[in-house]
Design a protein around this ligand. Structure first.
Ligand SMILES: Nc1nc2c(c(=O)[nH]1)N[C@H]1C(S)=C(S)[C@@H](COP(=O)(O)OP(=O)(O)OC[C@H]3O[C@@H](n4cnc5c(=O)[nH]c(N)nc54)[C@H](O)[C@@H]3O)O[C@H]1N2
Ligand SMILES: Nc1nc2c(c(=O)[nH]1)N[C@H]1C(S)=C(S)[C@@H](COP(=O)(O)OP(=O)(O)OC[C@H]3O[C@@H](n4cnc5c(=O)[nH]c(N)nc54)[C@H](O)[C@@H]3O)O[C@H]1N2
Ligand code: SF4
Ligand SMILES: [Mo]
Length: 695
């Protein structure tokens, strides 16, 4: 029997709405939801490779309990009853001996995060954390310091922009389909794209202007852009006088940061800096200085992110058509909010977070996300208390957190490691119990609320029955909760129970999803009135350039510029990133995607390669202060001579992933565990490595 099922792709967390064609309980075709503007049937290579994941025999097929040493790959097959009983008993023992705060739960934010947060609160532990700080912690803090909104509450109106500047936002490879299609439309209508990166990426090749910046100096460039915009009076005076405070302090601060000064620092000619400032100002307010994603992750990340938001503020592009927009949720559309189990009464938790997020370590970081970056230190130092059990759901601490060797050492001291995963990831292989989740095509999940100019709800319905003995995470957590005596906090049995609970105040029913797989909560885009209707969530209701949030915590709003350290003689700054064929560290073993990009290579400039005796295509050994690796060299002029680059997520050590096993090197093994202590992000790009031809 043939049917079409509305779902949401999960080959990466962009979560494109999809239409899945099913014949006789098997998937025959996946395409983007044709009714969604900007998607219209499109899917990326990874999305199409969902088919290979579904049928992959190299994923966990049943619950497993470790029998040998950690990581040795000796397992026994267990029933779900047995594996859940085992996990619950171990958790109870840990809680009895060390208290509920000794249990941590990490996950990549997903549709069921309201359930896992509920699980942890009911357990009495403050230690639920997400990947968020690793991705954009400092962007989040920067936005809150200026506007009161988090980065998750901000978006970009790509379709209507006239001028967009991307700082290592390699949007055509590290992709999101809808934004790309919208941006392509804008470019066709004449919008200009400026791309800044020490490496020539696919996005660089599509730009009107590409600037090979010296790594880590984007902040100097931005101070010179701000200097020029203010000196030449190019800013949006009406917007700034109504919505921005602290302009005089900013003017005084950027005075010394001239384009000539920045040219020395960045390698970008002064006249080009001036031209960009003028071009951007001429397009205002339909301008975007892209504030986010990764790109330049350094210990002063927060100030770089603030400088980007300040540029947008000066050109009046915040809450402007073709600029940045404040995302609108159900309330702005006159609806009730989506139901979340986490909005209920829980027993009071007095222990602080293990990671000091919103506390003693990262006072300004968003405590609702926590910070995985501190996990290894917190375990090893037992500060602020012992951690004894960890549940990892859809997150890979051994590849997504810098310094894997330290992480392995720390995790090995725990009494219990649980992995809820769909792959034999490094962490699953190192765990004590693997609770295999059904993949997105085999399960339904909580509804997705997508806030934006037009808020919408999306649904992931189950397309086919599970190929193996796997379960959705919401069910795994419910069954675990029942065994721990906290099941009443998760009052559901089926996915329909969850959906009804989510929809109860929204004026939407399940059948509303039948026609198109989504429900629009507003007919028209909701933009607030720029004259009088903007609602910044700061105390003054304005964009606060001088930030009480920062200053009350003892951090300056405008610290003097400190140049990034130059690599010591014989070392290179390690830059990392993604490619279009892979998702972080998840897809390297996928049958199709592995064929497209089987391993990572080390990009190195020819002048440096010649000096080191490194040949294009030959193996090199790389080493940092904390780890080492081996991969092929790619000798290319397309990278700044101070830096080398590798794709993130390779260098697998799990033999069960036969296609990816030992291919390339892992960036996380090399990276030192450094952080921006103000913003909360890791400084992934402050590690220096040596390179030599492999023996
Ligand atoms: N195909 C694919 N797409 C994805 C993802 C994926 O895994 N795969 N993941 C999604 C997620 S979660 C994220 S966070 C985004 C990431 O999206 P991006 O931030 O666009 O992507 P990265 O691939 O991390 O690329 C970082 C770029 O920054 C450059 N860079 C390094 N140092 C500097 C510097 O000092 N200055 C400047 N200007 N540039 C620098 C690097 O050379 C690299 O090209 O992608 C999203 N989209
Ligand atoms: N060294 C280094 N670390 C990084 C980065 C980097 O560039 N270098 N980038 C950072 C960024 S931007 C981000 S966003 C994070 C991402 O960090 P992660 O979220 O950890 O990375 P992913 O590869 O997206 O997914 C991790 C795990 O989720 C599992 N998984 C995939 N789908 C499912 C599913 O449906 N259910 C379950 N239960 N598990 C699933 C995968 O098998 C994998 O083990 O990493 C950050 N950390
Ligand atoms: S970008 Fe690709 S992999 Fe990510 S959700 Fe969309 S289709 Fe799936
Ligand atoms: Mo990310």
């Amino acid at each position: 029997m043939a049917k079409d099922v509305w779902s949401i792709c999960f080959m990466c967390t962009v979560r494109c709405p999809i239409q899945v064609q099913v014949v006789d309980d098997d998937v025959v075709w996946i395409q983007g939801n044709p009714h969604v503007p900007g998607l219209e049937g499109a899917l990326c290579a990874k999305g199409s490779a969902g088919l290979a994941l579904l049928h992959d025999p190299e994923r966990p097929q049943y619950p497993m309990i470790r029998t040998g040493k950690r990581g040795a790959g000796q397992w026994r097959k267990a029933s779900w009853e047995e594996a859940l009983d085992y996990t619950a008993e171990k958790l109870k023992a840990v809680i009895a001996a060390h208290g509920p705060q000794s249990v941590v739960f990490g996950e990549r934010t997903n549709l069921n995060t309201h359930i896992s947060k509920t699980f942890m609160k009911a357990l009495g532990s403050p230690n639920h954390f997400t990947h968020d700080a690793l991705c954009k912690g400092s962007v989040n803090t920067a936005f809150r310091s200026l506007t009161g909104y988090t980065d998750a509450e901000m978006g970009i109106d790509y379709a209507n922009t006239r001028y967009i500047v991307l700082y290592g936002r390699n949007i055509f490879e590290s992709l999101e389909i809808r934004p790309i299609n919208n941006l392509l439309d804008a470019l066709e209508k004449g919008a200009k794209l400026v791309y800044i990166d020490p490496r020539v990426t696919v996005t660089a090749t599509k730009a009107d202007r590409y600037l090979m910046i010296r790594p880590g100096t984007d902040l100097a460039l931005n101070y010179a852009l701000i200097h020029t915009i203010l000196r030449e009076g190019l800013y949006d005076k009406e917007y700034v006088s109504r919505w921005v405070s602290g302009l005089e302090e900013l003017k005084a601060f950027v005075e010394p940061y001239t384009p000539a000064w920045a040219a020395q620092e960045t390698g970008i000619p002064a006249e080009v800096i001036v031209q960009i400032a003028r071009e951007a100002a001429a397009a205002k307010p339909q301008v975007v200085f892209h504030y986010g994603y990764r790109g330049a992750h350094h210990v002063n990340e927060i100030y770089f992110r603030r400088s980007l938001i300040i540029l947008n503020a000066l050109l009046g592009s915040i809450e402007a058509k073709g600029g940045l927009i404040i995302k609108k949720g159900p309330k702005a559309a006159g609806r009730g909010d989506i139901g979340k189990y986490v909005n209920q009464e829980f027993p009071k938790i007095t222990a602080p977070r293990f990671d000091g997020s919103g506390g003693t370590v990262f006072p300004l970081a968003d405590a609702s996300h926590g910070n995985p970056q501190r996990l290894a230190q917190a375990i090893l130092s037992q500060d602020p208390y012992p951690i004894k059990a960890a549940i990892f759901n859809r997150i890979e601490p051994l590849q997504s957190i810098a310094d894997s060797n330290q992480m392995r050492k720390a995790l090995d001291t725990l009494d219990l490691i649980v992995a809820i995963d769909i792959n034999f990831s490094e962490i699953a292989w190192f765990a004590d119990v693997i609770l295999p989740e059904s993949i997105y095509l085999e399960r339904a999940d909580s509804l997705q609320l997508a806030s934006g100019l037009k808020p919408q709800l999306f649904i992931r319905r189950q397309a086919v029955s599970p190929r193996y003995d796997t379960k959705p995470a919401w069910e795994i957590l419910k069954r675990l909760a029942d065994r721990l005596g906290i099941g009443s906090y998760l009052p559901y049995e089926t996915i329909e129970d969850i959906w009804h609970f989510q929809l109860k105040d929204m004026g939407v029913s399940l059948s509303d999803f039948d026609a198109k797989g989504f429900v629009a909560l507003s007919k028209d885009p909701i933009l607030w009135d720029r004259k009088d209707g903007l609602k910044f969530k700061t105390e003054s209701g304005k964009i606060e350039l001088v930030s009480p949030l920062l200053e009350k915590a003892g951090f300056p709003s405008f610290p003097p510029y400190v140049p990034p350290a130059r690599p010591p003689e014989g070392r290179y700054r390690l830059l990392v990133g993604r490619c279009a064929a892979h998702t972080h560290c998840s897809t390297q073993n996928n049958l199709y995607l592995n064929e497209l990009v089987p391993e990572n290579e080390l990009w190195i400039h020819p002048q440096e390669a010649a000096r080191l005796g490194v040949q294009d295509g030959a193996y090199v050994e790389v080493e940092s202060a904390v780890g080492r690796g081996r991969l092929k060299a790619k000798v290319t002029e397309f990278i700044h001579p101070e830096a080398v680059f590798m794709l993130h997520g390779f260098g697998k050590t799990v033999p069960a992933q036969t296609r990816a096993y030992q291919k390339g090197a892992s960036d996380a093994v090399l990276q030192e565990n450094l952080s921006d202590m103000v913003g909360g992000s890791p400084a992934y790009e402050d590690t220096f490595i040596t390179v030599r031809p492999a023996k």
